[in-house]
Design a protein. Sequence first.
Length: 250
Amino acid sequence: MIGVVCVYTGFALILVGGVSLVKPLRWIGIRKRSRGLLVAIAGFCLTAAGMSLPAPELRVAAVQNQLDQFIPVYQFYEFHSIRVAAPKERVYRAIKEVRVDEIRLFRTLTWIRRMGRPGPESVLNAPERQPLLEVITHTGFLLLAEEPNQEIVVGTLVAAPPGWRPKANPTPEDFKTLHAPGFALAAMNFHLEDDGAGGTLVTTETRVYATDAATRRKFARYWRVIYPGSALIRRMWLRAVQRRAETPAR
């Protein structure tokens, strides 16, 4: 998280400094173009520092869910939760059925991520009225585990060595045992628990495991740029699940 803060603070300083090179922003104390240049340079330095910060390795103390089975060691993660006033059965169904057009800002953020370029159907270019979970499990993600009304886990490769080719029909066990250098594996889950008041606590966690130091450094730069958008998508995804599950007509 510190790396993300450094990177985006650096971006802000670069923007402020760049604008001040054209017209000094006196209202924030930048009265000369030379000072704007210093601000921009400071922004570049802070961004570079944030990109290069090491990513510590985390390890689960004890296996508690299916996600722990597949990614027990990881360097990058995000975690979000929401309470839903509906039983687990209805919430689980909503997770599997919620469509792209129900997730606010999803298409905007994925359009930005792919820089407006067209492409084949994928998580970055998903059909509006198709369940998102269905899209991703048919376009690059592997269904790793499913416990109805409890947990669902999907995974994908986000980095692989040059020239490597996947098996025709990879299995969850293949994903679990992939530890050769040059790979980065990502897995995401939705986990449900009774909240004790007739509702459901829904959590989603994403973990990424880079198998060697070089891949970890490369992925760290990518992660620290995309993290805010990724986190926002997951929060909006949870809210879409909440709206669908709490609407009795559905």
